[in-house]
Structure formats: structure tokens, C-alpha cells
Design a binder for this molecule. Structure first.
Ligand SMILES: [Zn+2]
Ligand SMILES: [Zn+2]
Length: 579
């Protein structure tokens, strides 16, 4: 579908450029229609061109069809290039700002020489726009807000941002009582760590009312299109969201189609063809008599091509079709199977809630245990705990268990020093129930140095879990340079669990690394690293990563019962003493 986007983009820009130049509204609209037509296709435009069906698409005329063919053949569009050469580059990007139309764009260029969002922002901030015709301080404000939104919408957003907004939208639509089936599709349903847009599929007997409720929903910042069965909006978090109403008979096929991934769908379609079937967003069809044999529900679509239903998190064409074929799909871990959280902070270091408040909240989530793991002594910026205080806290924690009716374990998130040394003496660590070791300082080391640093920490034999193993912050800080394969192998040798940190900013390990770890026999620990009681609710984000890593309950340390977990931890300490 990459052609579609590139071609639609060019047509839309041609319309913008013609508008700036004051060309005929008919030509302008012809390109806008063509852009929308190509954008809305559910099939690669190259396939339609190959079948000579381009002019059958409503909105594509002879002239635009020729330009599509030209682009497919040469990768360029002469008419586009010629038009672009007559205008300063970048001028059309200004028109992405809601407040800036073609006339304004031209004015900004002619009066102030502005051709980029950066220049526009600087001029608005300096108060240089208010003296232009038809503008004022209020316009400057709106333009600045518009620029911020354009920037946000250009980027993918973390799962932790997109998921709650999507869930709120679904709840709003359900409240109308006009929807029968409803589901979020796309990369969000696959729980990818970042999400480009939100696709929601609905069946309904009154689609118009669903559309009205959608475009009026609270998180909607701008309505891009409002149709009878499909609408698009920009949400206040900067994500685009689309809702489409589909026929019940096609709902399962549409859900399968719009969930993707593209690679998974290509492989599935090829499989269908091999079986004399045709698979598209409307259903599964028998090629010989063009009869629809599935489409109403998603499991039916998979069954029709001889497979069991495949969980969305696995749909990346990364071995899931082969596993499904062989009856070896994993039974993915669920959030209900998590018995406790092993990594949380309290007011004893940089947390906002007391140990008691954290334990009470954990109990309310139905957990059987919680481990308190504040920062260790050297991490002064995060309120690292001295040995003396650690012992005092441990005494408090032991009493909490009896009082609150949840097993509260005493642990630490112990800093790994630049040389791989742990931040408490051995005898202090040996008294704790759980030792998490993490890197919080000196991120800029060579790959080899960093790898040896972490391996050395794991090989002390005193670490139970390696915390947020790569140190990345989604969209904010890249992972430190580290050879994750060597870390995984060291963890396997020393029986250390690798953490999937469920904090929305981290999701570290990431899915593919977690899968590698699991395949090499390393246990995963899915923890929230909560710094406040409310953050214990981030667990489902970490579980999403574990599921994308093909993890079953047995692969995850904190699915163990309290007794089994104690036995596991004691076993590790016993082995150490015998050495
Ligand atoms: Zn940490
Ligand atoms: Zn932490």
C-alpha cells in the first residue's frame, strides 16, 4: 500500500499548490478527489493498474489515471515536479496548520519569506504575524496551537498513550447503544509499542448516529471527514482515529484485514489462494463459484484457510502461521495470571505513595504479593536508601504482610556500578527477598564495556531480576549500547530473570528481545516499576509485550504462586550459600 500513500500525497500537494497559485477550482477539486480516492483504497493501486481498472475508481479520471501509471512506472510525476518548481519548497507544509489556507501561505511567503513550520513558529512567537492583513494576536495564538498539533500528529504515539484513549472512544460509542459489535483494529490491537493511528470497526443498524457520537466524542480535536459509514478525526493526543461501520456478514473479515500486519495478511492471502480461495476485507470466497464461505467472525476466516484463530499480538509473519498450522500456537500469558508485582518504589526513595498504600492498592488488584524495591544507596538523585534505613524498612514491611493480608516482600532496585559491582554489601543483599539490579548512571559506554558491566553484575549470583535491561525511554532516550544476546546468555547461565518493565515510557525489554530471551530459556518478570499506587495499573502494557514475545504463563516469574515464588527465591539463595 506504499504506492497509495505516495500517490495520494502528491495529488493532495498538487491541489494545494494549484490553490496557492489561484488556479481553477475544478482542477483543484479533481486532484483533491483523486487524492481521497487513492487514499481510501483497500488494495494496492498497482494491482488495480495492472488489471486496467484505475478509471473504474470513483474520483479517478483519465488524466489522473495516466499520472498514476506514470508514477508506478517511473517513480515520478512530471506534472507534479513542474508545478513544484514554480513555488518555494515547503510552502505547502504550512497549509497543514488548520489556520493557514492557500492565501495565507502565499502571504506569509511574500511578506515574510516564511516557507517552513519552524520559521512560521518563530514569526508567531516574535509577534510578527499580527500586522499582516486579516491577522491579529489571536491568529498568532491559533497558529502556534496548530503547529504543535501538526508536530504531534506526525509522530507515532506510545501504546500507553493510545490504548486508554482508544478504550475511552470505544466506551463512548458503546454508550450510544447503537453499536452491536465494536473492536479496535490495527497495530493497536496487535499491541505494538507505538501506534500511528487508531482504527475502530463497528457493526450497527444506525451508522449515522454512531458517526455523530464519534465526531462529537470528548477527545476529538479536529474532524477530518464525517461520512455516513466512515469518519476520521484528529484526537487531542495528536493521533488520527477512524471509525468505520461494516456489514455484520463482513465484520470478521474486516477485523482480520484491518488488524494486519501487512506481512501477516499477505502470507494469509497467499495461503488462501493456494487453497482455491480468495480472501479480502469482505470475506473468504471460493474462487470456482465466487461463493462467500466466511467473513462474519474472525475465527471463521482463519478456519476457512485451515488454521485456528491466531492472537493479534502474534500477527507479524514471524512464524505464527507455521505454528498455527502445526497446532503449536502458544497459550499466551494473560494479565489475570499475574499474581504480583515485583518492582515498585515508595516514599522511602523517589515514589509518591507509602509502602502501606502500595500494598493496599496491590491487594485491591487481587495480587497475592508485592515486592518493595526502592533505590539503593548511591543513587542519591532518586533518594537511594542507606543500609541502616533499608534494615529499618524491612522490619516495617514484614509487619505489613500480617496486617494487610497480602504478602509484602522486601527487596531493592540495586544500582549496577560502572564496573558491574552491586551497590550493597553481599550480606545486606542476602537478607532481602528479591534483588533487582539496574543501570541508572553512566549510559555512555562502549557496547563491549556496557555488556561486560551487566554480565559481571549478573554473575555475582546475587541478582534475581535484571531491571529495564536496555535503559530506553520510548521516544525520549535510545537504549544504551549493549549486546543483548550476551546478556540473555548470561541470564540463562545464572538463572536471572529479565524484566519487561511495564512503565508506559519504557516497555523494556522490547518484544523481539523478550522473545529471544524466552527462546533461550530465560524467565521474564513483568513489573510496573510503579512510583505511585495508581501506576500499578500499567501491568497490561507489560503483558502486551510479553504476549508479543510469545510468552506463556510458565515463562513469567510473577505468575508463580506465593509459595512457588518463595521456594524459587530461597532456592537461589541456598545455592549461593552452598557454593
Ligand atoms: Zn530503575
Ligand atoms: Zn525502578
Amino acid at each position: 500500500m506504499t504506492h497509495n500513500r505516495a500517490i495520494a500525497e502528491r495529488f493532495a500537494q498538487m491541489a494545494d499548490m494549484l490553490e496557492i497559485k489561484g488556479e481553477s477550482i475544478f482542477r483543484i477539486n479533481a486532484y483533491r478527489r483523486a487524492a481521497r480516492a487513492v487514499e481510501g483504497l483497500t488494495e494496492d493501486v498497482a494491482a488495480l493498474a495492472a488489471r486496467g481498472e484505475l478509471t473504474n475508481i470513483p474520483g479517478i479520471g483519465k488524466a489522473t489515471a495516466e499520472k498514476i501509471v506514470e508514477f508506478l512506472r517511473t517513480g515520478t510525476m512530471k506534472a507534479y515536479d513542474e508545478l513544484a518548481a514554480t513555488l518555494p519548497p515547503g510552502l505547502t507544509t504550512l497549509m497543514a496548520v488548520p489556520e493557514v489556507g492557500p492565501k495565507t501561505a502565499l502571504l506569509l511567503y511574500e511578506q515574510l519569506g516564511i516557507t517552513s513550520l519552524d520559521a512560521l513558529e518563530a514569526a508567531a512567537k516574535a509577534g510578527r504575524l499580527r500586522d499582516l492583513p486579516r491577522m491579529g494576536p489571536k491568529t498568532e495564538e491559533n497558529i502556534l496551537r496548530g503547529i504543535a498539533m501538526v508536530r504531534r500528529s506526525a509522530a507515532r504515539r506510545p501504546l500507553g498513550v493510545a490504548l486508554p484513549v482508544a478504550e475511552a472512544l470505544v466506551a463512548t460509542l458503546r454508550e450510544t447503544r447503537e453499536v452491536d459489535a465494536i473492536e479496535v483494529a490495527g497495530s493497536l490491537r496487535r499491541r505494538k509499542e507505538t501506534v500511528g493511528d487508531i482504527d475502530i470497526l463497528v457493526t450497527s443498524r444506525s451508522p449515522e448516529r454512531v458517526m455523530e457520537a464519534f465526531v462529537a466524542a470528548p477527545p476529538v480535536a479536529q474532524v477530518l471527514s464525517h461520512g455516513p459509514t466512515r469518519s476520521s478525526v484528529i484526537l487531542d493526543v495528536g493521533l488520527q482515529a477512524d471509525v468505520r461501520v461494516v456489514e455484520p456478514a463482513s465484520y470478521g473479515a474486516a477485523l482480520q484485514y484491518f488488524t494486519g500486519s501487512k506481512e501477516h495478511n499477505v502470507a494469509l492471502r497467499e495461503r488462501a489462494v493456494r487453497r482455491g480461495l480468495k480472501l479480502n476485507e469482505y470475506g473468504v470466497w471460493r474462487t470456482k463459484d465466487d461463493r462467500r464461505i466466511a467473513g462474519r467472525d474472525e475465527a471463521g476466516v482463519y478456519n476457512a484457510v485451515g488454521l485456528p484463530w491466531i492472537p493479534p499480538e502474534l500477527r507479524e509473519d514471524a512464524g505464527e502461521l507455521e505454528a498455527a498450522e502445526a497446532g503449536r500456537l502458544p497459550t499466551l500469558v494473560t494479565v489475570e495470571e499475574i499474581r504480583g508485582d515485583l518492582h515498585v518504589h515508595t516514599t522511602w526513595s523517589d515514589g509518591a505513595s507509602s509502602a502501606e498504600a502500595m500494598a493496599t492498592a496491590a491487594k485491591a488488584l487481587g495480587y497475592a504479593y508485592l515486592c518493595i524495591t526502592d533505590h539503593s544507596q548511591s543513587l542519591k538523585v532518586a533518594g537511594g536508601v542507606s543500609v541502616e534505613d533499608l534494615r529499618a524498612h524491612a522490619a516495617v514491611v514484614r509487619r505489613l504482610s500480617d496486617r494487610l493480608g497480602i504478602e509484602v516482600l522486601m527487596g531493592t532496585e540495586c544500582d549496577i556500578g560502572p564496573d558491574g559491582a552491586l551497590d550493597y554489601p553481599d550480606e545486606v543483599l542476602d537478607d532481602l527477598d528479591v534483588v533487582i539490579a539496574s543501570v541508572h548512571t553512566r549510559f555512555r559506554m562502549s557496547r563491549d564495556e556496557m555488556t561486560r558491566r551487566i554480565v559481571r553484575a549478573l554473575e555475582t549470583g546475587r541478582v534475581d531480576i535484571l531491571g529495564h535491561p536496555t535503559g530506553r525511554l520510548l521516544g525520549a532516550r535510545d537504549p544504551y549500547e549493549v549486546d543483548i544476546e550476551r546478556i540473555v546468555d548470561a541470564a540463562a547461565r545464572s538463572g536471572v530473570a529479565l524484566e519487561i518493565n511495564a512503565s508506559p515510557e519504557r516497555l523494556d525489554l522490547k518484544d523481539t528481545d523478550a522473545r529471544l530471551a524466552r527462546e533461550r530459556g530465560v524467565r521474564l518478570a513483568v513489573n510496573t516499576d510503579a512510583h505511585a499506587a495508581a501506576e500499578l495499573r500499567h501491568m497490561p502494557l507489560g503483558i502486551s509485550v510479553a504476549r508479543r514475545a510469545w510468552a506463556e504463563a510458565a515463562d513469567v516469574l510473577n505468575t508463580l504462586s506465593p509459595t512457588a515464588l518463595r521456594a524459587h527465591l530461597r532456592g537461589r539463595r541456598g545455592a549461593r550459600r552452598r557454593r
